[in-house]
Design a protein around this ligand. Structure first.
Ligand SMILES: Nc1ncnc2c1ncn2[C@@H]1O[C@H](COP(=O)(O)OP(=O)(O)O)[C@@H](O)[C@H]1O
Ligand SMILES: [Mg+2]
Length: 233
Protein backbone atom coordinates (compact mmCIF):
# COMPACT_ATOMS: atom_id res chain seq x y z
CA UNK A 1 0.00 0.00 0.00
CA UNK A 2 2.56 2.57 1.06
CA UNK A 3 4.76 1.72 -1.94
CA UNK A 4 1.90 2.44 -4.29
CA UNK A 5 0.98 5.67 -2.53
CA UNK A 6 4.57 6.76 -2.51
CA UNK A 7 4.82 6.15 -6.25
CA UNK A 8 1.54 7.95 -6.90
CA UNK A 9 2.58 10.94 -4.91
CA UNK A 10 6.02 11.12 -6.50
CA UNK A 11 4.55 10.85 -9.98
CA UNK A 12 1.69 13.29 -9.47
CA UNK A 13 3.03 15.93 -7.13
CA UNK A 14 5.06 17.82 -9.78
CA UNK A 15 1.97 18.09 -11.97
CA UNK A 16 -0.29 21.09 -11.91
CA UNK A 17 -3.77 21.38 -13.42
CA UNK A 18 -2.28 23.81 -15.94
CA UNK A 19 -0.21 21.10 -17.52
CA UNK A 20 -1.26 19.62 -20.85
CA UNK A 21 -3.92 16.95 -20.91
CA UNK A 22 -1.39 14.55 -22.45
CA UNK A 23 1.03 14.96 -19.56
CA UNK A 24 -1.77 14.34 -17.07
CA UNK A 25 -2.97 11.27 -18.94
CA UNK A 26 0.51 9.87 -19.21
CA UNK A 27 0.96 10.20 -15.46
CA UNK A 28 -2.49 8.75 -14.89
CA UNK A 29 -1.87 5.67 -17.00
CA UNK A 30 1.44 5.00 -15.27
CA UNK A 31 -0.32 5.18 -11.94
CA UNK A 32 -3.12 2.97 -13.20
CA UNK A 33 -0.81 0.19 -14.31
CA UNK A 34 0.86 0.33 -10.90
CA UNK A 35 -2.60 0.20 -9.39
CA UNK A 36 -3.30 -3.17 -11.03
CA UNK A 37 -0.15 -4.60 -9.50
CA UNK A 38 -1.00 -2.96 -6.23
CA UNK A 39 -4.45 -4.56 -6.15
CA UNK A 40 -3.02 -8.03 -6.62
CA UNK A 41 -0.50 -7.34 -3.86
CA UNK A 42 -3.30 -6.14 -1.65
CA UNK A 43 -5.17 -9.40 -2.16
CA UNK A 44 -2.03 -11.34 -1.30
CA UNK A 45 -1.54 -9.18 1.80
CA UNK A 46 -5.07 -9.93 2.79
CA UNK A 47 -4.45 -13.62 2.32
CA UNK A 48 -1.57 -13.38 4.73
CA UNK A 49 -3.65 -11.68 7.39
CA UNK A 50 -6.40 -14.25 6.96
CA UNK A 51 -3.90 -17.05 7.39
CA UNK A 52 -3.13 -15.70 10.83
CA UNK A 53 -6.82 -15.20 11.60
CA UNK A 54 -7.54 -18.55 13.21
CA UNK A 55 -11.21 -17.80 13.63
CA UNK A 56 -12.12 -17.73 10.00
CA UNK A 57 -9.78 -20.49 9.13
CA UNK A 58 -8.70 -22.41 6.16
CA UNK A 59 -12.11 -22.45 4.51
CA UNK A 60 -11.95 -18.79 3.59
CA UNK A 61 -8.39 -19.06 2.40
CA UNK A 62 -9.33 -21.93 0.13
CA UNK A 63 -12.22 -19.92 -1.27
CA UNK A 64 -10.08 -16.87 -1.92
CA UNK A 65 -7.39 -18.88 -3.59
CA UNK A 66 -10.09 -20.40 -5.79
CA UNK A 67 -11.39 -16.97 -6.67
CA UNK A 68 -7.88 -15.72 -7.44
CA UNK A 69 -7.58 -18.58 -9.89
CA UNK A 70 -10.72 -17.46 -11.66
CA UNK A 71 -9.39 -13.91 -11.87
CA UNK A 72 -5.93 -14.76 -13.05
CA UNK A 73 -7.40 -17.00 -15.72
CA UNK A 74 -7.88 -13.90 -17.82
CA UNK A 75 -5.43 -11.58 -16.14
CA UNK A 76 -4.06 -8.58 -18.06
CA UNK A 77 -4.87 -7.72 -21.68
CA UNK A 78 -8.38 -7.55 -22.95
CA UNK A 79 -9.15 -11.23 -22.99
CA UNK A 80 -12.79 -12.06 -22.30
CA UNK A 81 -14.63 -15.22 -21.39
CA UNK A 82 -17.93 -16.34 -19.85
CA UNK A 83 -18.52 -15.82 -16.13
CA UNK A 84 -21.46 -16.64 -13.95
CA UNK A 85 -22.42 -13.25 -12.53
CA UNK A 86 -23.44 -14.64 -9.13
CA UNK A 87 -20.08 -16.43 -8.79
CA UNK A 88 -18.30 -13.23 -9.65
CA UNK A 89 -20.31 -11.29 -7.06
CA UNK A 90 -19.50 -13.89 -4.37
CA UNK A 91 -15.79 -13.71 -5.18
CA UNK A 92 -15.88 -9.93 -5.09
CA UNK A 93 -17.52 -10.11 -1.67
CA UNK A 94 -14.83 -12.48 -0.40
CA UNK A 95 -12.14 -10.08 -1.50
CA UNK A 96 -13.89 -7.03 -0.01
CA UNK A 97 -15.13 -8.82 3.09
CA UNK A 98 -12.78 -7.18 5.59
CA UNK A 99 -13.86 -3.71 4.44
CA UNK A 100 -17.56 -4.53 4.40
CA UNK A 101 -18.35 -6.91 7.24
CA UNK A 102 -18.06 -4.52 10.18
CA UNK A 103 -20.00 -1.66 8.60
CA UNK A 104 -22.77 -3.08 6.45
CA UNK A 105 -24.97 -6.05 5.75
CA UNK A 106 -24.68 -7.13 2.17
CA UNK A 107 -27.83 -8.28 0.41
CA UNK A 108 -27.31 -10.08 -2.85
CA UNK A 109 -30.26 -10.29 -5.22
CA UNK A 110 -28.68 -11.82 -8.29
CA UNK A 111 -30.39 -14.62 -10.25
CA UNK A 112 -28.35 -17.78 -10.70
CA UNK A 113 -28.34 -18.06 -14.44
CA UNK A 114 -26.90 -14.74 -15.64
CA UNK A 115 -23.79 -15.28 -17.76
CA UNK A 116 -21.52 -12.34 -18.38
CA UNK A 117 -19.11 -12.39 -21.30
CA UNK A 118 -16.38 -10.11 -20.04
CA UNK A 119 -12.87 -9.67 -18.74
CA UNK A 120 -13.38 -11.14 -15.27
CA UNK A 121 -10.45 -9.31 -13.66
CA UNK A 122 -11.58 -5.95 -14.92
CA UNK A 123 -15.23 -6.42 -14.00
CA UNK A 124 -14.26 -7.70 -10.55
CA UNK A 125 -12.10 -4.61 -10.13
CA UNK A 126 -15.12 -2.41 -10.88
CA UNK A 127 -17.35 -4.31 -8.44
CA UNK A 128 -14.71 -4.27 -5.69
CA UNK A 129 -14.27 -0.54 -6.06
CA UNK A 130 -17.98 0.25 -5.92
CA UNK A 131 -18.49 -2.09 -2.97
CA UNK A 132 -15.52 -0.71 -1.03
CA UNK A 133 -16.60 2.87 -1.81
CA UNK A 134 -20.03 2.09 -0.34
CA UNK A 135 -18.52 0.50 2.77
CA UNK A 136 -16.13 3.41 3.30
CA UNK A 137 -18.95 5.94 2.81
CA UNK A 138 -21.08 4.18 5.42
CA UNK A 139 -18.12 3.91 7.77
CA UNK A 140 -17.48 7.66 7.48
CA UNK A 141 -20.90 8.31 9.01
CA UNK A 142 -19.77 6.90 12.37
CA UNK A 143 -23.29 5.63 12.85
CA UNK A 144 -24.41 3.18 15.50
CA UNK A 145 -26.34 0.76 13.30
CA UNK A 146 -25.06 -1.31 10.41
CA UNK A 147 -25.58 0.03 6.93
CA UNK A 148 -27.09 -1.91 4.08
CA UNK A 149 -25.51 -2.53 0.71
CA UNK A 150 -27.57 -4.29 -1.92
CA UNK A 151 -26.40 -5.79 -5.18
CA UNK A 152 -29.29 -6.35 -7.56
CA UNK A 153 -28.97 -7.79 -11.05
CA UNK A 154 -31.48 -8.47 -13.81
CA UNK A 155 -31.21 -9.69 -17.33
CA UNK A 156 -33.45 -7.69 -19.63
CA UNK A 157 -32.48 -8.51 -23.23
CA UNK A 158 -30.33 -7.19 -24.78
CA UNK A 159 -28.71 -6.04 -21.52
CA UNK A 160 -27.65 -7.12 -18.08
CA UNK A 161 -28.34 -4.50 -15.43
CA UNK A 162 -26.39 -4.51 -12.17
CA UNK A 163 -27.23 -2.09 -9.36
CA UNK A 164 -25.23 -1.34 -6.23
CA UNK A 165 -27.35 0.44 -3.63
CA UNK A 166 -26.18 1.74 -0.28
CA UNK A 167 -27.81 3.68 2.53
CA UNK A 168 -24.69 5.71 3.29
CA UNK A 169 -24.29 9.49 3.23
CA UNK A 170 -24.85 9.89 -0.50
CA UNK A 171 -23.06 12.37 -2.74
CA UNK A 172 -23.61 16.14 -2.70
CA UNK A 173 -25.14 17.41 -5.94
CA UNK A 174 -22.09 19.48 -6.85
CA UNK A 175 -19.87 16.38 -6.77
CA UNK A 176 -22.08 14.11 -8.86
CA UNK A 177 -20.52 15.19 -12.16
CA UNK A 178 -16.98 14.88 -10.80
CA UNK A 179 -16.79 11.44 -9.26
CA UNK A 180 -15.86 9.67 -12.52
CA UNK A 181 -12.97 12.08 -13.14
CA UNK A 182 -9.45 10.80 -12.44
CA UNK A 183 -8.08 11.91 -9.06
CA UNK A 184 -11.36 13.21 -7.69
CA UNK A 185 -11.62 12.05 -4.10
CA UNK A 186 -13.16 13.32 -0.90
CA UNK A 187 -11.11 10.89 1.17
CA UNK A 188 -8.13 11.81 3.25
CA UNK A 189 -4.63 11.25 1.91
CA UNK A 190 -3.74 7.60 2.14
CA UNK A 191 -7.38 6.46 1.95
CA UNK A 192 -8.38 7.35 -1.57
CA UNK A 193 -6.56 7.84 -4.85
CA UNK A 194 -9.62 9.12 -6.67
CA UNK A 195 -8.89 6.66 -9.46
CA UNK A 196 -11.38 3.89 -8.71
CA UNK A 197 -14.40 5.28 -10.50
CA UNK A 198 -12.47 6.66 -13.47
CA UNK A 199 -10.91 3.23 -14.00
CA UNK A 200 -14.37 1.69 -13.56
CA UNK A 201 -15.78 4.05 -16.17
CA UNK A 202 -13.04 3.11 -18.63
CA UNK A 203 -13.60 -0.60 -18.04
CA UNK A 204 -17.38 -0.48 -18.39
CA UNK A 205 -17.78 2.11 -21.14
CA UNK A 206 -14.67 1.72 -23.30
CA UNK A 207 -13.73 -1.91 -22.73
CA UNK A 208 -17.20 -3.47 -22.44
CA UNK A 209 -19.50 -1.14 -24.39
CA UNK A 210 -21.65 -0.58 -21.35
CA UNK A 211 -22.70 2.34 -19.24
CA UNK A 212 -22.27 3.33 -15.61
CA UNK A 213 -24.34 5.94 -13.83
CA UNK A 214 -24.92 7.20 -10.33
CA UNK A 215 -28.06 8.45 -8.68
CA UNK A 216 -27.85 9.99 -5.28
CA UNK A 217 -29.62 12.38 -3.04
CA UNK A 218 -27.29 13.80 -0.42
CA UNK A 219 -28.16 12.21 2.90
CA UNK A 220 -29.99 9.31 1.32
CA UNK A 221 -27.42 6.91 -0.05
CA UNK A 222 -26.33 6.08 -3.57
CA UNK A 223 -27.31 3.85 -6.44
CA UNK A 224 -24.69 2.93 -9.03
CA UNK A 225 -26.19 1.32 -12.13
CA UNK A 226 -24.11 -0.62 -14.62
CA UNK A 227 -25.61 -1.75 -17.91
CA UNK A 228 -23.69 -4.30 -19.95
CA UNK A 229 -24.75 -5.68 -23.30
CA UNK A 230 -25.31 -9.43 -23.44
CA UNK A 231 -22.60 -10.80 -25.70
CA UNK A 232 -22.32 -14.48 -26.49
CA UNK A 233 -18.92 -16.15 -26.54
N1 LIG B 1 -21.17 4.92 -2.35
C1 LIG B 1 -20.67 6.16 -2.21
N2 LIG B 1 -21.19 7.01 -1.27
C2 LIG B 1 -20.71 8.27 -1.13
N3 LIG B 1 -19.72 8.79 -1.90
C3 LIG B 1 -19.18 8.00 -2.84
C4 LIG B 1 -19.62 6.65 -3.05
N4 LIG B 1 -18.89 6.13 -4.07
C5 LIG B 1 -18.04 7.09 -4.47
N5 LIG B 1 -18.19 8.21 -3.74
C6 LIG B 1 -17.45 9.47 -3.92
O1 LIG B 1 -16.73 9.41 -5.13
C7 LIG B 1 -15.36 9.70 -4.89
C8 LIG B 1 -14.49 9.03 -5.93
O2 LIG B 1 -14.49 7.63 -5.78
P1 LIG B 1 -13.28 6.77 -6.39
O3 LIG B 1 -13.05 7.18 -7.80
O4 LIG B 1 -13.55 5.34 -6.14
O5 LIG B 1 -12.02 7.29 -5.57
P2 LIG B 1 -11.63 7.05 -4.02
O6 LIG B 1 -12.44 5.90 -3.51
O7 LIG B 1 -10.19 6.75 -4.07
O8 LIG B 1 -11.96 8.33 -3.33
C9 LIG B 1 -15.13 9.30 -3.45
O9 LIG B 1 -14.04 9.95 -2.87
C10 LIG B 1 -16.44 9.71 -2.80
O10 LIG B 1 -16.46 11.08 -2.52
MG1 LIG C 1 -12.73 4.06 -4.58
Amino acid sequence: MSDFLHFTEKRLRPLSPLQSKEALWEAASEVISRYDAYQINQILDELQSILSDSEEGIHRVTKIVQSLRVFTRSVKDDEKSSYDLLDLVHQVFLISKNEVKYVANLEIDVPEDIILYCNGVQIAQVFVNILVNAAQAIKSQKRYNMGTIRIVARQTDPNIIIRFEDDGPGIPKENLSKIFEPFFTTKEIGKGTGLGLSISYDIIVNKHNGSINVRSEYGHGCVFTIVLPIVSA
